[in-house]
Design a protein around this ligand. Structure first.
Ligand SMILES: [Zn+2]
Length: 397
């Protein structure tokens, strides 16, 4: 033996005898073989010491000291004297069929926990992208258990034949539970049908946006849960309605005024009370030039006042009044909006009584968007799902 046991320890590969080490600028090549010992025949279980032949295999390992490391492994094939079977010696550090060490595969899998692409990781470890993907396919995440607060939302995927994919999270413990390829009622129903009634009954809050299938699913599968419409989502409806009015009105103005409106439009969305005098003046000009914007602005302001109320019961009462008033307004966009909110009022009112929101889920969606930019390797939905769960399994811990 040319090298002492220290090399073995340094390499972390137990039972390996190093014969020679070649070192060049980029790469370290380690010539090695396993200690010779009796092997058990995989066919009949008989012990044998009979070597049939040798095969040399190059095996990639994790890099060290800034260099790529490969093993030139001289593998023995044994022959069973009882049944004649020929087989390779037993080995605990190689990943079968991959020509690499287990720890290199583990390293790759660990690297894939951040948002880097398969290609990026492939470059770093000097393994082909397809092999990186094959390694990643060893990872799979089972369905999680249902939490007390279940948040459901969608993100734009535009793949797998569907425009939207669904994300399920536990916003309280900040865990991504699952990614679903579709957000239709029949799909969601069959998915939740996969959980026992007992487990479904552990869900106490069901947080979603105003997508009808979500509420249908909540009604039929989560009868114990309080439906909550995410605040951000329903407030956005009012903002959109206001913006529709503003854009429509803006078209009627002279080019100069239009410019002015475009520049100052964000002030219209802010709470008037929170503006400084100069900003208030800017808003006043806009309200002066358009009666409809002025009206819409008033409804928007009324709503914003409700949102800052500390007493949920007072907020509930005020919102119901707001819907009544707004439905009577002469602005079709706001009327329509108030009407929509009314049809979702149970879940919207619940949002005053609980602090749970889809904020965490929205944050996850933004990360998924980043991931999707490096879309290579995600034609397979399962792999995409596992990758997302892999990334968040680390970050949420
Ligand atoms: Zn045998």
């Amino acid at each position: 033996m040319l090298y002492t046991n220290n090399t073995e320890k340094l390499l972390g590969l137990q039972g390996v005898n190093v014969k020679k080490i070649e070192n060049n600028e980029k790469r370290v090549l380690i010539y090695a073989e396993l200690e010779r010992k009796k092997q058990k025949c995989p066919c009949c279980g008989e012990s044998t010491d009979k070597i049939h032949d040798y095969r040399e295999q190059t095996v990639k390992d994790i890099s060290a000291f800034g260099k790529l490391i490969a093993l030139k492994l001289r593998k023995r094939r044994y022959r069973c004297e009882r049944c004649g079977k020929r087989f390779f010696e037993e080995n605990h550090f190689l990943l079968r069929y991959y020509r690499m060490t287990n720890r290199l595969a583990a390293y790759v899998i660990d690297k894939l926990r951040d948002e880097r692409s398969f290609t990026g990781v492939s470059r770093e470890v000097d393994i082909s992208v397809s092999t990186v993907i094959r390694i990643f396919d060893l990872v799979s995440y089972p369905k999680s258990r249902l939490p007390q607060v279940l948040s459901i939302d969608e993100f734009k995927g535009n793949t797998w034949g569907e425009k939207y994919q669904c994300i399920l999270t536990d916003p309280v413990n900040k865990v991504v539970l699952d990614i679903l390829p579709k957000r239709y009622e029949h799909y969601l129903s069959s998915y939740f049908n996969g959980f026992s009634r007992e487990e479904r009954s552990t869900v106490k809050y069901f947080v979603s946006d105003m997508w009808k299938p979500y509420s249908l699913v909540c009604d039929s599968w989560f009868r114990n849960a309080v439906p909550v419409i995410d605040k951000y989502h329903w407030i956005r409806q009012v903002v959109w309605a206001f913006e529709k009015v503003r854009k429509e009105e803006q078209k009627k103005l002279s080019p100069e005024l239009r410019k002015y409106f475009k520049r100052s439009r964000s002030l219209l969305l802010k709470r008037y009370d929170g503006l400084n005098d100069e900003q208030k003046q800017e808003v006043n000009v806009m309200l002066y030039y358009s009666a409809n914007i002025s009206r819409a602005h008033w409804y928007k302001e009324q709503l914003q006042k409700i949102l800052v109320l500390n007493d949920p019961s007072a907020a509930k009462k005020a919102l119901i009044e707001w819907m009544d008033d707004t439905e009577d307004s002469e602005l079709p966009d706001l009327k329509y909006c108030a009407n929509t909110l009314r049809s979702w009022s149970a879940g919207i009112i619940n949002s005053f009584f609980t602090p749970v929101t889809n904020g965490f889920t929205e944050g996850c969606n933004n990360k998924i968007k980043v991931l999707k930019r490096n879309a290579y390797g995600y034609k397979n939905f399962n792999r995409f799902r596992n990758r997302i769960l892999h990334i968040f399994s680390h970050q949420s811990a």
